[in-house]
Write a protein of this length. Structure first.
Length: 341
């Protein structure tokens, strides 16, 4: 059924390029702006994108109509990035892991245990001197990042075996995002990395193709993974942003006035999504614990950090251009150190 809905949406997308509105004897043609993402309609990302679309439609509704397509209606994240590259759609939300395959600059954010605290993570992502060189590094590929979205902390969750130390991952098939850094992280922790698209994870868990996955708390509730996985371990191995990317040709065609309005819209999206994230995580934890009967575990993070330390060294050795960004992040880590819970 999901694939059928996707085909219908893609067919409509490719056959209709503009919206014709007739009234008072005149015909007005508006440019449709399409945005795709892989989350449900009650997810903070969709709520933020709705706030963005409402703002643009209000400010520039005489010329543009923004449409938001949730739940992979326009394809998987990888497919949506490709559609954004070609201009078939104008924007999509992509995981940092996917963007790593287009630009090695994104590799830095996929490093496990990179940020000492949420405060350090947010401060880095809000620092344009750090993010702008990364966000603009895909210009030649046809798209650029326009803002970041909070995706919380990524943690391991499993069907029937709690993860309390790295050794517990040995022999387990764990779904990871499709990036070389994430695969190497799992190898160092002793698990068997199983890359796959996010939309495939529930069925893979249910059919025992994989033993677990790693993601934020809302994967348990919003995507039903907590119906299958009963252990969620806060090793906090990653704080990785989701990224809204836009087609370069479309954005360059905007007038200066329109660009300023879109920039304001990106900020509205960012702040709305982040505000919604805080309450959504708390609601997800409560539902997972009380309704899905998920057990939350708080392991000692130190052995996990130690196991993944060689990955920091190898990434920086193989991509020395990341060193200055890494050093800037360490400055924020020193300013906002981890606080023991």
């Amino acid at each position: 059924m999901k694939n059928k809905k996707r085909i219908v949406a893609l067919s409509a997308l490719l056959s209709v390029g503009s919206l014709m509105i007739t009234g008072c004897g005149t015909t007005e043609q508006k440019r449709i702006i399409r945005i795709g993402h892989n989350q449900s309609t009650n997810h903070p990302t969709h709520i933020g994108l709705t706030a963005f679309s409402d703002f643009i439609n209000e400010e520039l509704g005489d010329k543009y109509v923004v449409e938001v397509y949730p739940s992979e209606l326009l394809g998987s994240q990888t497919e949506m990035v490709q559609l954004t590259q070609t201009g078939a759609i104008d924007y999509c939300v992509a995981s940092n892991a996917i963007l790593e395959t287009f630009s090695k600059n994104y590799e830095i954010f996929n490093l496990p245990y990179l940020f000492a605290s949420t405060e350090a993570y947010h401060s880095v992502m809000d620092d344009e001197t750090i993010t702008e060189p990364i966000f603009t590094s895909t210009e030649k590929a046809g798209f650029e990042a326009v803002t970041w979205l909070d995706a919380g902390t990524r943690n391991f969750y499993t069907v029937d075996k709690p993860i309390e130390k790295p050794e517990d991952l040995k022999g387990l098939k764990i779904r990871v995002q499709q990036s070389p850094t994430n695969i190497e992280m799992m190898n160092l922790l002793g698990g068997s990395a199983t890359p796959m698209g996010f939309g495939e994870v529930y069925t893979a868990l249910q059919s025992n193709i994989i033993d677990g996955a790693e993601n934020n708390e809302m994967a348990l509730t919003d995507n039903g993974h907590g119906d299958v996985c009963k252990y969620y371990s806060y090793d906090m191995h990653q704080m990785v942003p989701d990224i809204l990317i836009g087609n370069v040709a479309f954005m360059e065609d905007l007038t200066e006035e329109e660009q300023a309005i879109f920039e304001e819209g990106y900020e509205i999206l960012n702040q709305t999504q982040r505000n919604e994230w805080v309450s959504a995580v708390e609601a997800a934890k409560e539902k997972a614990a009380n309704t899905q009967k998920v057990q939350f575990i708080y392991p000692d993070q130190a052995p996990f950090v130690e196991a993944c330390a060689p990955l920091h060294e190898s990434v920086l050795t193989n991509n020395p251009a990341l060193q200055s960004t890494y050093d800037a992040i360490q400055e924020y880590n020193a300013k906002y150190p981890s606080v023991a819970k």
